[in-house]
Write a protein that binds this ligand. Structure first.
Ligand code: SF4
Length: 513
């Protein structure tokens, strides 16, 4: 699947366009991202090294071609390619190597792009290598991330160190190694630069030692015919391997709600996994023991008083609201920042005191900024009174805050919406626990308990990232028929989220009276 997102360059800078990716429509030059040849399964590339540091079994499956990137990963990969193209343009006159770095490249006086270096079974593609004074070189790894999390900064430095080791084994002196990444403070088209650099600096020795220590073992894993069995680790419940080390029981320590990861690690180290084995463990909190009791009895735990109290907070008319939003690594619209989530759609069900249920919706379908039209439509549809039910309020609250700050003329109305948010997911964290939730309170785990007839598997779109890519395809499409089909799929998906909340709400009302 190709993500229909392109970058175009002009004197003023860059612009993003949702457009088809067929060969003749994509402009190519020395900065464009080439189609890459796949590497053999026993080659330890930098991305496999990074996966292997976290999960060697997943690395093995990736290398042996039995796991492919999901739609969300494809969206991020495409963004990474566009960021790479723009980054290379910061170094005019560079040479696109796109293959092995050779002796002749040692004499280079200009930047080298996408050269590869291989030592034994270890291979790295180097984003940018620049001559630095007489003998040295600057190694630059380009990341489409803002390195906002310490884990992403750590991973970027591990990535750099892997390349550094191979380049120095090739005899190049790397005088500086840096990650060139997106600046979280950048607001398009603003003052703050879009790219900033973070140096490997004093972490150089630590991460180089880690490469020398871990890479040979990971290369051996790749050379094996079978994936390693690593059972168990605390990540087993969210394991990305297509085939886990061992089948997990339906309920286990991995489904205990909100068990702190360090406690999970301690219990795993005691080789305990089933609920029977962990019951009464000092690390378990009352909520965990309650979950174990719910699973044993098969009867849900219902704190009727707490749920009645929560429902009593609500004011009519009751709005059930859900946003869909798209994120661009390179800001597409003025006033936005890297990876800012831009709402392009909402669904709204309004439950009136007399039981009537109205539905309103909005879906932007042009190439421009969806927010102005969305805000006006939303403030027409959402009444000035009444609770606004959402599922996991952090997402909707953050989007509303960003809209409030971007549209000062509508700030009061948008703040009023924020003040009326009511998070339905809260009920399923403490006050209602059902065995079928399996320790999760996601809408997709809770809905079947209250509305077994209402699932997502009948829809063409079944999760948020799929909606983002379908939206991008809808805008990119030049066929009215295809646009109409995609539009219909997007409307159905978003409506399902708010309809699901209505169903759950009515069931809770019936349950606690
Ligand atoms: S099943 Fe668990 S131990 Fe095995 S690879 Fe997955 S996370 Fe690791």
């Amino acid at each position: 699947m190709q993500i229909p997102l392109q970058i175009e360059f002009s004197q003023e800078g860059y612009s993003l366009r949702h457009g088809d990716m067929s060969e003749d429509s994509v402009s190519r030059d020395e900065y464009s991202t080439p189609n890459r040849r796949a590497t053999g399964p026993s080659t330890l590339t930098k991305s496999r090294y990074l996966t292997g540091l976290d999960n060697p079994r997943e690395m093995w499956f990736e290398a042996h071609g039995t796991s492919s990137p999901d739609v969300g990963e494809q969206w991020r990969l495409r963004q990474g390619q566009l960021v790479g193209e723009l980054a290379r343009r910061q170094f005019p006159g560079g040479t696109f190597v796109g293959g092995p770095l050779l002796d002749k490249h040692r004499q280079a006086e200009r930047p080298l792009f996408e050269g590869t270096v291989q030592q034994g079974s270890m291979l790295a593609r180097v984003d940018i290598l620049r001559p630095h004074g007489q003998e040295g070189w600057v190694l630059t790894e380009v990341k489409s991330s803002t390195l906002g999390r310490s884990s992403s900064e750590k991973e970027a430095k591990q990535d750099l160190a892997f390349q550094l080791v191979l380049l120095e084994q090739m005899g190049l002196a790397i005088t500086r190694a840096e990650v060139m990444h997106l600046n979280p403070k950048h607001v398009c088209p603003g003052q703050e630069p879009l790219f900033v650099a973070t140096e490997l600096g004093e972490d150089r020795e630590k991460y180089v030692e880690e490469v020398l220590d871990r890479a040979p073992g990971l290369a051996q894993v790749l050379a094996q015919d079978e994936p390693p069995n690593l059972w168990p680790t605390r990540k087993c419940n969210s394991c990305d391997c297509p085939d886990r080390c061992r089948d997990l029981p339906e309920h286990s320590i991995f489904t205990l709600p909100n068990l702190h990861w360090s406690h999970m690690e301690d219990i795993v180290a005691e080789d305990k996994a089933t609920l029977g084995e962990v019951e009464g463990h000092p690390h378990l909190k009352p909520r965990h023991e309650r979950y174990i009791e719910v699973v044993r009895s098969g009867e849900p735990f219902v704190d009727e008083e707490a749920i009645q109290g929560a429902l009593a907070e609500m004011e009519s008319p009751i709005h059930f609201f859900d946003f869909e939003a798209i994120d661009y690594a390179l800001p597409k619209f003025d006033g936005t920042s890297p990876w800012q989530k831009i709402p392009f759609q909402y669904s709204l069900h309004v439950l009136r005191p007399d039981g009537r249920l109205d539905h309103r919706e909005f879906l932007h379908d042009g190439g421009g900024d969806p927010r102005p039209g969305l805000v006006e439509s939303m403030l027409d549809d959402v009444e000035e009174e009444g609770s606004i039910v959402v599922y996991h309020d952090t997402f909707e609250e953050k989007r509303l805050e960003e809209l409030r700050d971007a549209f000062p003329g509508r700030a009061d109305r948008l703040q009023s919406m924020i003040d009326r948010l009511w998070d339905q997911a809260e009920v399923f964290t403490w006050d209602f626990i059902h065995p079928d939730q399996k320790g999760s309170w996601s809408l997709k785990n809770v809905l079947p308990i209250f509305a077994p007839d209402l699932a997502y598997d009948d829809l063409d779109i079944q999760h948020g990232m799929a909606a983002v890519v379908k939206y991008s395809e809808m805008i990119a499409s030049s066929s009215e028929e295809e646009k109409a089909t995609l539009r219909n799929q997007l409307l159905k998906y978003c409506e399902r989220d708010t309809h699901a909340m209505v169903k759950i709400h009515r069931s809770l009302r019936r349950m606690v009276g």
